[in-house]
Design a protein around this ligand. Structure first.
Ligand code: ASP
Ligand code: MG
Length: 295
């Protein structure tokens, strides 16, 4: 079994989603697909929450544009017989976002920080829920799975910290028992162990979700599908001579992440490194390129 994670740009347009479909359907083994929100959507959801909490109605236009973008993508890539159901899911989540934000527009006092954070965590979760609905409808025979059922956090000093023991146990129990060639689930999002409120693993956290799942189920490998050919010797924007690094150790890759390389989210490597699960960094827009393998 392999775990494949697709980032925001990989699921961000009809063209890139066609590549995702092909990459997943070309796999011979069982796969678990972990997805980010459509590129830019997480930022928009956070911005909308900020605007609504400031009693600024302009978030409504952003939300309508977001709805249209998702519906347009569905029209282009999802099989006609599945479109209605997929549109329904998107509309439901957009309406849910709308009512969540609408309520704070007319509260005539400022919400306390903790309330704003709770609202923001629940609104931002909609990005991955919508993208995963699209990807699950796109891939033949895919079974959708709801990540917050297994990815659990605890509040530690006001921050969401992964509850590693419970998460590992739940993934083994609930995800490990599904016998399907392809499962599609959301990256990034989680629920608090005690309150059941939506939480998340931090910006860029979908990589971490994928690593946690790969480790719990002892996957053959973890593939991070992104929009670059792999780890590079230097930033290609400032160093055009930069080349892709074909192989790295976990330590080398971790050092680059800690130094600010944006290719993968820094907490991602630890769970897979502990088990020696190889991590491939591959380009959705250039799938034939060999990528970087970290082992
Ligand atoms: N959608 C989330 C973000 O933009 C998580 C992720 O993409 O990994 O931070
Ligand atoms: Mg990322």
């Amino acid at each position: 079994m392999k775990v494949l994670k697709f980032g925001g740009t990989s699921v961000g347009s009809a063209q890139s989603l066609r590549n995702v479909k092909q990459i997943v359907e070309n796999c011979n083994e069982h796969v678990i697909v972990v997805v980010s929100a459509l590129g830019g959507v997480t930022n928009q959801l956070l911005e909308m929450t900020r605007l609504a909490c400031a009693h600024d109605e302009s978030y409504q236009q952003i939300l309508q544009d977001m709805r249209q973008r998702h519906l347009d993508v569905i029209k282009e890539v999802v099989a006609p017989q599945l479109q209605e159901r997929c549109n329904f899911i998107i509309t439901q989540f957009i309406d849910d976002t709308l009512s969540g934000l609408y309520s704070c527009l007319y509260i005539n006092h400022d919400l306390p920080e903790t309330e704003i954070r709770r609202l923001s965590d629940s609104i931002v979760a909609h990005g991955e829920i919508m993208s995963s609905a699209i990807v699950a409808s796109l891939i033949d025979g895919a079974v959708p799975f709801y990540s917050p059922e297994v990815i659990k956090t605890n509040d530690i000093d006001g921050k969401h910290a992964l509850n590693p023991g419970l998460t590992d146990q739940l993934i083994k129990e609930k995800l490990g028992s599904i016998d399907s060639k392809c499962i599609v689930m959301q990256g990034f999002i989680a629920k608090d162990t005690e309150t059941g409120d939506f939480t998340n693993l931090g910006r860029g956290g979908s990589d971490f979700t994928a690593a946690i799942v790969a480790a719990a189920l002892n996957a053959e490998c973890l593939e991070i599908w992104t929009d670059v050919d792999g780890f590079m010797t230097a930033d290609p924007r400032t160093h055009p001579e930069a080349t892709v690094i074909p192989t790295m150790t976990y330590q080398q890759a971790q050092a680059m992440c800690d130094a600010g390389a944006k290719v993968i989210y820094a907490p991602t490597l630890r769970p897979v490194a502990e088990l020696g699960i190889p991590v491939w960094v591959k380009n959705t827009f250039n799938p034939m390129a060999p990528g970087t393998v970290i082992r």
